[in-house]
Design a protein around this ligand. Structure first.
Ligand code: ADP
Ligand code: MG
Length: 597
């Protein structure tokens, strides 16, 4: 082993950069934080080639004194805190004093700045090493930081960068977060000389227009106001907007949480949110929200992670409860629009309606046998292919031997959601979407395991508007998408066309399906999505491919579904763990009507 030596300064910063400067978007984040900390009212972001070639951020904030310019680039030099006490009550976004030094160690950086009292601006530059001398320059009061050729001197890191479009999309997300954190600041974003965002300063305190500009009119139309102050002696307030339950998403990309103005990802807060929505939203959907938690800085530790996106609450249980109640209250105002799924819950609470897990082995005739041979798997097709086996069973009143058809025979469809069927025990209730989803899931799994995913080309492609992140994912992961049976192609800078889908799913909601797949690929990674995360992926596919509620089915189609359920492994549970059917025996019904037998 070689002897112990102190590391050179630049190398220390390069190591720190590994944590702080993960990609161009992290540079954008740090520079935006500095601009906001400097009191900027207007921030301009200019990017070239996804920020890899150039990031230039200008602000009209307080500026840096000429003599302090070299210090701005020095490691562990900050104007924001000076003592431990300052750190513990920090209100600024930055405080570590290492962002600019880290960035300057892996890119070419220049800072131009002028304080309002100063007659001229000064400029300082560094090329991956020590900074040169400050020179006079022309600049309005405020600061411009330019970061060029990211990772020019650390090629190994450069290899981790994704396509220009993906990196730009991440930068754009970062600017949006900053814009949501400060409605009173104007933001603009240009990429390769095109305007990508232009957000005027908002004077109104409620920030509705900023929210609408960033999250879209659909979100704004249904969002619920959250505004709740906590009791106790510490200042605590949750404000902002919770998306309507109907505005659910397949991913978490529209979830914005700010703690004292800082965008964070926090398990305690997101868990409280998930719980508040849990009764109103299907398990695999995610709510959208923009929420601001203001809390005494002493009750939260922001110095947990170098990128400062995590926090630790001193009393996380109290915070959890507070947030849960505040959001539940905001959402309950919407009872009229969101029918609570209370009926089933209370029925099963009474004890007379119990889920009967299907095919528990007690009945020998339930042999799982997967029918995956169909090349066209949409609902109508599977009905057609199973029709032959159903032919004999279409008379609803016929009391056939249950050992042959344990789920019995369909009587009717209830509100487009449930199938009512009769078997010798009594009444069978089937959630048709959940049941179909389970069948598709098993078929997809078999097809994927056997590498025999059949693709169906669409005569009329399904078109959907997509953000730049979706566009980039579709382009970058085309091979994975092909392996899964998808063909997605851009038709404009903001539109994707679904040109082919797995045949089993061609009857579903194709744009929702495509969006869900892109989100899974992004969230789990292209290779993991087909290996470790396969079940989640198949769940997404099955959910969007399954027959939707409110689709009228004929008695024949319903019976076909019952027969498919009998033939499918584990069809008693849908992929989200919900039951797909209930048995209500005649004696259950008798009890309900207090009819002694
Ligand atoms: P930190 O933000 O943690 O203090 P940075 O490395 O990001 O550390 O910045 C170092 C210092 O440079 C800041 O403390 C601040 O004084 C100064 N600075 C950086 N950017 C700006 C800006 N846009 N306007 C004014 N001052 C700035
Ligand atoms: Mg900073």
């Amino acid at each position: 082993m070689s002897s112990i030596k102190p590391l050179p300064d630049t190398l220390i910063s390069q190591i720190a950069a590994g944590e702080v400067v993960e990609r161009p978007a992290s540079v954008v984040k740090e520079l935006l934080e500095n601009a906001l900390d400097a009191g900027a009212r207007t921030v301009e972001v200019v990017l070239e080639q996804g920020g890899i070639k150039r990031i230039r951020i200008s602000d009209d904030g307080g500026g840096i004194e000429a003599g302090e310019l070299p210090l701005a680039l020095a490691r562990h030099a900050t104007s924001k805190i000076a003592t431990l006490d300052d750190l513990e009550s920090v209100r600024s976004l930055g405080f570590r004093g290492e962002a600019l030094a880290s960035i300057a160690s892996v890119a070419r950086v220049s800072i131009m700045s002028r304080q309002a009292v100063s007659p001229r601006a000064w400029r300082i530059a560094a090329d991956g090493g020590p900074a040169g001398a400050a020179e006079p320059a022309a600049h309005a009061p405020g600061t411009t930081v330019e970061v060029a050729d990211l990772y020019f001197n650390t090629p190994a890191r450069r290899k981790f960068l994704k396509s220009e479009a993906t990196e730009f999309a991440h930068c754009e997300d970062t600017v949006k977060r900053a814009a949501l954190s400060r409605h009173d600041v104007a933001f603009s974003l240009r990429h390769n000389n095109r305007v990508a965002l232009h957000l005027a300063r908002q004077e109104a305190a409620d920030g509705r227009r900023r929210i609408e500009a960033v999250l879209g009119a659909d979100f704004a139309a249904g969002m619920r106001v959250v505004d709740e102050a906590g009791g106790g002696d510490t200042a605590l307030r949750l404000s902002g907007y919770a998306g309507a339950p109907a505005f659910s998403r397949s991913g978490r990309e529209l979830q914005f949480l700010f703690v004292n103005g800082r965008f964070v990802r926090d398990k305690v807060l997101s868990h409280a949110l998930r719980q508040a929505y849990s009764d109103l939203m299907h398990g695999d959907r995610h709510p959208a929200y923009v929420l601001y938690l203001d809390i005494d800085p002493r009750a939260v530790d922001v110095n947990v992670h170098p990128a400062k996106t995590e926090v630790r609450f001193r009393d996380s249980r109290a915070i959890h409860q507070f947030v849960y109640h505040a959001v539940t209250k905001a959402l309950s105002g919407s009872a009229a629009q969101t029918p609570a799924p209370a009926a089933t819950a209370s029925l099963s609470d009474t004890g007379w309606l119990r889920p009967r897990p299907a095919y528990d082995g007690a009945r020998p005739s339930f042999q799982p046998s997967l029918g995956i041979a169909q090349s066209r798997g949409d609902y109508a097709a599977f009905v057609a292919t199973t029709r032959a086996s159903v032919q004999a069973a279409t008379a609803p009143q016929r009391n056939a031997d249950d050992s042959e058809h344990p789920l019995g025979y369909a009587l009717a469809q209830l509100h487009g959601i449930y199938i009512l069927a009769q078997n010798t025990l009594g009444l069978v209730l089937v959630d048709m979407h959940a049941a179909h989803e389970r069948i598709l899931y098993e078929r997809l799994k078999t097809a994927l395991d056997a590498s025999s995913m059949q693709t169906q080309k669409l005569l009329v492609p399904a078109i959907f508007t997509s953000d730049s992140l979706d566009m980039a994912t579709a382009e970058e992961h085309a091979p994975t998408l092909h392996a899964l049976g998808f063909d997605l192609a851009p038709v404009s800078p903001t539109t994707l066309a679904v040109r082919a889908v797995p045949a089993l799913l061609s009857g579903g909601d194709l744009s929702a399906l495509a969006r869900g797949i892109l989100r899974d690929i992004r969230e789990f990674g292209a290779s993991r999505v087909i290996t470790e995360r396969q079940n989640e992926l198949l769940g997404t596919m099955a959910c969007h491919g399954a027959v939707r509620a409110h689709r009228a089915l004929t008695i024949q189609e319903m019976n076909a579904l019952l027969r498919e359920m009998e033939a499918t492994e584990r069809s008693g549970q849908c992929n989200h763990g919900r039951p797909t059917w209930y048995q209500m025996s005649l004696s259950d019904l008798d009890k309900l009507f207090l009819r002694g037998r």
